[in-house]
Design a binder for this molecule. Structure first.
Ligand code: 26Y
Length: 822
């Protein structure tokens, strides 16, 4: 029977209403009659922010008084999305606020829509960071997120005549009600310049970095409210500003004036988030962004440590653990060495001993093009002292390698931080593995591949350092808040404590074959589909049938994620209908959401192709509404929150071995979508949880992918052997989908044939298409499908980010919760 765990709200409806009105008057300078939705939104934020800041103050006091060990999550990306609904939800004040606003004549759903997404991230890695800080606060763990206060987050996507156009994102244009500027904690960061070698007494070599310029880092704090509101941690984001003394004299003296002209100016550093994921651009500004936020954050941590421990460094590694979210913050390692050796004047070994107890590194990819490497020359220009330190780290590491593999120069070349070649490159992955005490992959299979193919020698050299922590998602945002109808149904069935203890969802499994519960569950799904159908109508002017299968593929656009595999299948279905008007299929709506990196030509071509094929199919009466294709523009967290609850089918069709984990797969399954997917990333673990009967697995395994590659994969074999593949690819070359413009879609065919089909789309096509037919058949058995959907929700307990955080705490961070005293 249902249990009550929500504490009684700290503020009642009348008081909340009064607070909203007060802020309307005193913060916004307007009144109930003049206020528009935007003003109501801001006043509501301000009202809840009072509670947030009270929690923040208490949390900081408790952490300070208890001198807690804390985790510092360093990430260049935090994809937070909207905060109002989340903060109301976590304080248990959603109904209070909604009721108060209703009495004021305002619909809460309207004002929630006023909030711009905080999109300071690209995709999975950035959203993971956001889920993790939610779990950390919920679990009352002392933690702080450190990142960059980008003026412009990920671009806004518009679709014009089928093609992606990028527009600047301006999430702070009309003010952000959550963030607090902390001028008292400004830091300064040095760049450029040169290193002077000096000799101290007793012959000690001293290095002095004379920077070419100094910039200011201004911290903005975003409170992070844990579920049921006890702990309020912070996300601290650094904004760059010109410092008062931009030290030109040094440069003039050195004759560097001309070189300086090419240098990046202070304000540009935190201007914009780089929109590439998984492809390394090697841009100077990006390296400066990374160093900027790492240096500010380390200095911030050290300032706080010194307040409690003075100059005694011996306890630093007991108090501080820093998690590096991929290699983007890896420059932190030489930066901490610089501070310890050059500034605090510790000996190298002591400093290195501290460093290697403080840092832990998460790897999110095996794709070679995503592994960061910086030209040594670029690091030398921007951070001359850091390059020296990297060489020194490497020198000592090479000695270690020689001890393990005496005289093996090939091994040294392979493991060195420095990649020799035309241009010397610094491998940030190697630096991260060497400088960390723990390294983790993000799903079982990925971590196995990190050990066996990415870093096998490091695994031998440092046994036990490489480990796994499977990703997770916060069920507060990704079920409770985004799917209120399902949440209420679950509350009624198994009680209300599942958002904290997601394994409780197991309790639904015993109702999976109960007809009444199936009806209730599928009724909620239908209502969610109606809401999404409305969204599709508003945004695209496409009518969709809510009784159709809603088939959802939402993620960044990448060849390895294979949106074009889905597209080829859609074209094949279309063709089957044209050839046979009685072709038997349950109506289906294919819904896509995806942004392409602005410079990724083929990814943009795939978006264009999806839209062109959609136009044709959606308007062809012969299709008889059996297929609709809807590409929803500007995919982002707040749109995901609308799409995920409405999905029947979850597309997770990456080439095996390429998707490190995936997290959308978890969100969709949690909301009762059934996965069609490859044995890749966390799909493998999802399949383990739900069982083979409740998931559609197809396609090559990692081993088969490797074997096929080794034996010389030739996509032409599939093209000539399978007439449907040939017909569909040839179709792309005609002007059928792009009237008057033959060849507009040909780049996709070229990549799949002439370019060798690097992600084996054609090799997996038939298996995928057959799996889709199996999905179709399964859906027609309403009861069986309902059972599958329920089991998917019931078995997602493992994938709460609370479990991921528990794994990090036990295996890596060794943290304890801190109770917050009121
Ligand atoms: C180097 C730079 C261009 C770069 C910038 C962003 C490289 C990579 C990224 C982002 C990577 C990313 O989002 N990776 C995803 O991380 C998720 C969380 O672990 C995984 O679930 C997902 O499989 C992986 O692709």
């Amino acid at each position: 029977k249902a249990t009550k765990t929500q504490p009684s709200p700290v503020i009642d409806k009348a008081a909340f209403k009064a607070a909203v009105i007060k802020h309307l008057h005193c913060t916004l300078g307007t009144d109930e009659n003049k206020a528009n939705n935007h003003a109501w939104w801001k006043a509501t934020c301000a009202a809840i922010q009072e509670q947030v800041l009270e929690g923040l103050r208490k949390t900081q006091k408790s952490h300070y008084l208890n001198d807690t060990r804390a985790v510092h999550y360093f990430s260049a990306e935090f994809l937070m999305g909207r905060l109002l609904s989340n903060n109301l939800q976590n304080f248990g004040l959603f109904d209070v606020a909604s009721g108060a606003l209703k009495e004021l004549g305002v619909e809460i759903s309207d004002i929630l829509e006023e909030e711009p997404d905080m999109a300071l991230g690209n995709g999975g890695l950035g959203r993971l960071a956001a889920c993790f800080i939610d779990s950390l606060a919920t679990m009352e763990l002392p933690a702080i997120g450190y990142g960059i206060h980008y003026e412009h987050g990920l671009f806004r996507q518009e679709i014009k005549s089928g093609a992606q156009i990028e527009r600047p994102d301006s999430w702070r244009d009309y003010g952000n009600p959550w963030e607090i500027c902390r001028p008292e904690s400004i830091q300064e960061v040095s760049l450029y310049g040169y290193v002077e070698t000096k000799y101290g007494d007793n012959g000690r070599v001293l290095k002095e970095w004379h920077p070419g310029s100094i910039v200011k880092g201004v911290p903005w704090d975003i409170p992070v409210v844990g579920y049921e509101g006890k702990t309020v941690n912070v996300l601290r984001l650094w904004q760059s500003e010109a410092s008062d003394y931009f030290n030109w004299d040094v440069f003039n003296a050195g004759g560097y004036v001309d070189a300086q002209r090419e240098n990046v100016s202070a304000e540009t550093i935190s201007k914009v988030l780089y929109p590439n994921d998984e492809t390394e651009a090697g841009k100077e500004l990006r390296l400066i962004q990374q160093y900027f936020f790492c240096s500010c954050s380390l200095k911030d941590i050290i300032r706080r440590y010194k307040r409690a421990h003075g100059d005694d460094w011996s306890r630093f590694a007991d108090q501080v653990v820093i998690q590096l979210n991929d290699t983007h913050p890896a420059i932190s390692i030489p930066e901490l060495m610089r501070i310890l050796v050059d500034r605090a004047e510790l000996g190298w070994d002591e400093a290195w001993g501290i460093c290697t107890k403080v840092f832990a590194y998460t790897n999110h990819t095996l794709l070679p093009e995503a592994l960061e490497k910086w030209p040594a020359r670029m690091i030398e220009k921007i951070l001359p002292r850091h390059l020296e330190i990297i060489y020194e780290i490497n020198h000592r590491f090479m000695a270690e390698v020689d001890k393990k593999w005496p005289g093996d120069n090939a091994m040294k070349a392979k493991l060195s931080i420095i990649e020799e070649g035309n241009e010397k490159m610094v491998r940030m992955g190697h630096l991260s593995v060497i400088g960390s005490f723990a390294v983790n992959g993000v799903a079982e299979m990925h971590s196995r591949l990190v050990k066996s193919s990415l870093f096998p020698e490091f695994d031998e050299l440092y046994p036990g350092k490489l480990t796994n922590v499977t990703n997770g998602i916060t069920p507060r945002r990704w079920l409770k808040a985004c799917n209120p109808a399902l949440s209420k149904l679950i509350d009624k069935k198994i009680g209300e404590d599942w958002p904290r203890d997601l394994d409780k969802l197991q309790g639904l499994a015993k109702f999976a074959s109960n007809k009444t519960f199936q009806k209730q569950f599928m009724k909620v799904k239908l209502e969610n589909k109606e809401l999404l159908a409305e969204e599709i109508r508003k945004s695209l002017d496409i009518e969709v049938d809510v009784n159709a299968i809603f088939d959802v593929q939402i993620k960044r656009l990448h060849e390895y994620k294979r949106q074009h595999l889905a597209l080829l299948n859609i074209m094949a279905l279309y063709r089957r209908i044209l050839e046979n008007p009685d072709y038997d299929m349950h109506p289906r709506v294919f819904v896509f959401g995806a942004k392409a990196a602005p410079g990724y030509k083929l990814a943009k071509d795939i978006i264009f192709a999806i839209n062109k094929v959609a136009d044709k199919i959606n308007n062809d009466p012969r299709v008889n509404n059996k297929i609709k294709v809807a590409f929803l523009p500007n995919y982002r967290v707040s749109l995901a929150e609308k799409m995920i609850p409405a999905a029947d089918v979850s597309e997770q069709i990456s080439t095996a071995g390429k998707e490190a984990s995936g997290t959308g797969n978890m969100k969709l399954a949690l909301n009762g979508a059934v996965t069609i997917g490859t044995l890749d990333g966390a799909n493998v673990e999802i399949a383990e949880e739900v069982g083979d009967d409740n998931i559609f697995i197809f396609g090559l395994t990692v081993e088969e992918v490797n074997e096929l590659k080794a034996n010389g994969y030739n996509p032409h074999d599939y093209y000539y052997k399978d007439p449907e593949i040939k017909a569909v690819l040839d179709w792309l070359e005609t002007d059928y989908f792009t009237p008057g413009k033959p060849g507009a879609l040909v780049s996709i065919k070229q990549s799949l044939l002439d370019n060798g089909d690097p992600y084996m789309v054609l090799a997996d096509f038939r298996a995928y298409s057959d799996a889709q037919i199996a999905v179709d058949a399964a859906y027609r058995d309403k009861e069986r499908w309902a059972e599958m959907a329920i089991i998917n929700t019931a078995k997602m307990g493992k994938f709460t980010s609370d479990r991921s955080i528990r794994d990090y705490v036990e295996r890596v961070w060794k943290l304890s919760p801190c109770k917050i005293e009121s």
